[in-house]
Design a protein around this ligand. Structure first.
Ligand SMILES: C[S@@+](CC[C@H](N)C(=O)[O-])C[C@H]1O[C@@H](n2cnc3c(N)ncnc32)[C@H](O)[C@@H]1O
Length: 293
């Protein structure tokens, strides 16, 4: 079995029109993607921004006549848009295998592994987070998550209370609990993240030591370790709140920060935390520090 894909690149104002056209022409699915390497970082819950140049892809049944589809698209759209139409045959494949080929067990620091789909870690005595990619951010493949996981692996978490602020999939909270933390509090403003965190905590059998809260209704909790992998601007806005949650001596790890933003974030946290020099992975930074008395 094969499929027919139609791709059109357009500006974001016309993307909805093309999406509707593909649907009306019988597309089984329509995907909107970035056509010009323009990252849109963390839209708020419910927001879905489009890229200035958006690539609209319609997936049609393999029985669709390509000539007929091309002529229907040409008739519906003016030449300025339709001239860049690309049609492509997509051969069927074992999609589950294709996904697994791209997502392997990953090691962070000395002991910690993230393993998808029940795959074994590559070492004995590993601490394993079982996690499959889902709707919320946080699989370990992104440098910001990787930096936080590697840092967590190096901490003594025994008996500690950990806050994972901006928990996404809950990967950091779950890892902290598996590494020995007494309890963890996972906080996010996105309901999908809270749902994913609960599912991942249950899968890893740590849900009884995890509290999950919407950031708008989070109780006043305090912690010994605080992780926040969000974005630089949000971290700066959240500094008064995060420094309230941290008890004196609390260790903080901040990521989601680009190299050229590290100085601003470090400055805004330096008043309440003794900050360490940044750690780098690709263009992303981890900032760590200790809450002052
Ligand atoms: C980059 S993801 C990090 C997920 C996970 N902690 C990790 O390290 O992979 C950032 C998360 O922070 C959440 N977030 C962003 N701004 C927030 C805010 N102001 N309050 C609470 N959560 C926020 C997002 O919904 C998202 O789930």
């Amino acid at each position: 079995m094969s499929w027919l894909q139609a791709h059109l690149t357009t500006d974001k104002e016309r993307a909805a029109l093309i999406e509707l056209l593909f649907e009306n022409l019988g597309a089984l699915s329509v995907t909107l993607g970035d056509a010009a390497d323009e990252p849109l970082l963390e839209p708020k819950p419910g927001e879905s921004h489009l890229w200035r140049q958006t690539r609209v892809t319609g997936l049609f049944s393999g029985e669709t006549d390509p000539d007929h589809l091309r002529s229907a698209i040409n008739q519906a759209l003016n030449e300025e848009i339709s001239h860049c139409l690309e049609l492509e045959i997509l051969e069927d494949q074992a999609w589950e295998r294709a996904w697994l080929d791209a997502f392997h067990p990953m090691q962070f620091g000395r002991r910690l592994w993230v393993c998808p789909n029940g795959q074994p870690p590559g070492a004995d005595n590993a601490v394993v987070v079982e996690l499959d990619p889902g709707l919320a951010f946080g699989t370990g493949t992104h440098p910001t998550t990787a930096l936080c996981l590697r840092w967590l692996d190096g901490q003594d978490l025994n008996g500690k209370t950990v806050i994972d602020f901006g928990c996404g999939s809950g990967i950091l909270a779950v890892a902290a609990l598996l590494l020995g933390a007494k309890r963890a509090i996972a906080i996010d403003h996105d309901p999908q993240a809270l749902e994913a965190t609960l599912a991942n905590a249950e899968k890893n059998r740590v849900a009884d030591r995890l509290m999950i809260h919407d950031s708008n209704q989070a109780p006043a909790v305090h912690c010994d370790i605080l992780l926040a992998n969000i974005l630089a601007g949000t971290l700066i806005e959240l500094e008064p709140l995060l420094s309230e949650l941290a008890v004196p001596g609390c260790l903080i790890a901040l990521s989601g920060i680009l190299k050229n933003q590290a100085e601003d974030v470090r400055n805004s946290y330096s008043h309440h935390f003794a900050m360490q020099p940044p750690e780098l992975m690709e263009e992303w930074v981890l900032l760590t520090g200790k809450r002052k008395p």
